[in-house]
Ligand binder design. Structure first.
Ligand code: ATP
Ligand code: MG
Length: 470
């Protein structure tokens, strides 16, 4: 394995180990990724000596300028060098109690440390001591599991998952990220231990979930989460989308699988995780708004409004950021039906203008979402809708070029209204401003300063204001 230890840092560690007569190993993800031909810049080194001391000595030997971050409580230390991060820790043995993810930790041997790892493929270690430099230590046949593309815990999976239930999320994450299969006993243990997820913080769960969201085909991981029962544990609002109901022989789409189709489709177009989240949440209010109406069939009236309203609570509960990312997702959920509605209506310029105004800078993302949202078992129907959708895109472009409505600010400011009518800031200013904006969007007046100015004077008159024209 020596050929994989080209990084000069490994040689430096090796020399220190020789002088101090101790052992250390590269372990975990970095070793796994050698065999998967994946680039990995996070290098974990476990030592039978003191991890913090080894980190400091190594950093000093590379250059006294390197700063080492020490985490005394965890007995770990790390530093960055070139574009890699090196983390050092003493080998440890862990024992867990029922109600916490925090283990009791004591110093251990290499095998103790490998035993506490989550999966066989993550328990591989390569020796760095000069006498055994490059030797691979694979006590659980991790190499074979890499070859067979299998996710399997090193010990009894019930114990591994019960000890630290975050590992269940990691099992699904690695399976979907690497295209691996979860070994049968490990899979059954996920189902048995799913409720243990309750002791894990939402931040950590979402961290893993977002890694699943970032994969090329997120449905793979999400379906695994659903089938093992894990998804329900932290995101029941989403599993509520599952299922089909029938009335008088008429059923509706299974909105869970429809949503996943949309998510996969959008993931082919974008790596923007928040646009992917918008796809995930676009129909979130369908279970709440579902109704069967005689003569019409199943309806989900207002699901875009209720859905947008649900977003802050969902973000809060899942510990997602409550900032402009949330607002962005909320806006896309709210507007997700609007572009499609333009297909059906006579699609007046004014409807197009309104959409451009409401979507602002996010119009392209909205169109991407809307395009991905066109799914049906009927291929002909999808084809026709895609074609009509293209027409909407053309129309949008035309109107945009004509009116430049993206990031548009109405041509008359509140200050000008105040000045013109010599009034104090008051509700009347807002009334006039709104009237001008609406008139432009509706195409009643042109989108120009002159038209808007004339219209302002008229509106002022209607309110009984006297213009103070210089
Ligand atoms: P990634 O490519 O996502 O960084 P990784 O395998 O390096 O994958 P890390 O979270 O960086 O994952 O963890 C590094 C190593 O630490 C893992 O390979 C595994 O051996 C171990 N590990 C991390 N988290 C856990 C856990 N919750 N339980 C057991 N072992 C863990
Ligand atoms: Mg890592």
């Amino acid at each position: 394995m020596k050929e994989f230890l080209q990084d000069p840092v490994f040689n430096i560690v090796s020399q220190i180990l020789f002088q101090q007569q101790t052992q250390a190993y590269v372990i975990g993800g970095f070793v796994r990724d050698i065999f998967l031909h994946r680039d990995n810049k996070d290098i974990d080194i476990v030592t039978l000596g003191n991890g913090i001391d080894l980190a400091e000595q190594t950093a000093h030997a590379i250059s006294p300028k390197i700063t080492v971050s020490v985490f005394k409580n965890f007995g770990t230390a790390m530093f960055k060098y070139r574009d890699c991060e090196y983390e050092f820790v003493g080998a440890r043995k862990e024992s867990y109690s029922e109600d916490s993810r925090k283990p009791h930790v004591e110093a251990g041997t290499l095998i103790d440390d490998q035993n506490r790892r989550d999966f066989t493929i993550n328990a591989l270690a390569i020796s760095l001591h000069p006498h055994t430099y490059g030797e691979l230590l694979d006590p659980f046949n991790g190499i074979q599991d890499i070859a067979n593309k299998i996710i399997k815990t090193p010990l009894n999976p019930d114990i591994t998952f019960s000890d630290d239930p975050l590992r269940m999320m990691r099992a699904v994450r690695f399976a979907s990220q690497l295209g691996f299969t979860i070994e049968q006993e490990t899979y059954k243990a996920l189902q048995r231990n799913k409720s243990r997820l309750q002791i894990v913080s939402k931040e950590r769960i979402i961290d893993e979930f977002n890694k699943i969201m970032a994969t090329t085909k997120p449905s793979v991981g999400i379906i695994l989460l659903e089938e093992t029962g894990l998804l329900y544990e932290f995101f029941p609002e989403f599993t509520a989308l599952k299922g089909v109901e029938f009335m008088n022989g008429s059923g509706h789409k299974d909105n869970f699988y429809h949503t996943l189709e949309v998510l996969d489709a959008i993931s082919e177009q974008t790596n923007n995780i928040w646009l992917r989240w918008a796809a995930l949440l676009h129909d979130i209010a369908k279970p709440r708004t579902k109704k069967f109406v005689e003569g019409i069939g199943w309806t989900f009236h207002g699901h875009e409004f209720i859905g947008a309203k649900m977003i802050p609570d969902i973000f809060k509960k899942l510990k997602l950021p409550l900032n402009e990312k949330m607002k962005y997702v909320q806006k896309l959920v709210l507007l997700h039906l609007r572009p499609i509605a333009l297909i059906d209506s006579q699609s007046t310029d004014s409807a197009v203008r309104r959409l451009l105004f409401d979507a602002g800078n996010d119009i392209d993302d909205l169109m991407t979402l809307c395009h991905a949202d066109i799914t049906s078992k009927n291929e002909q129907k999808v084809k026709t809708l895609h074609k009509n959708f293209e027409n909407v895109m053309v129309k949008l472009k035309e109107v945009e070029e004509k009116d430049a409505l993206r990031n548009w600010q109405p041509p008359i400011s509140g200050e000008l209204i105040i000045e013109t009518f010599a009034i104090k800031p008051s509700p009347q200013v807002g009334i006039i401003k709104d009237a001008i904006r609406e008139a432009i969007l509706d195409g009643i007046i042109e989108n120009s300063y002159e038209s808007a100015y004339a219209f302002m004077l008229e509106q002022g008159k209607l309110l009984g204001l006297k213009a103070n024209i210089k």
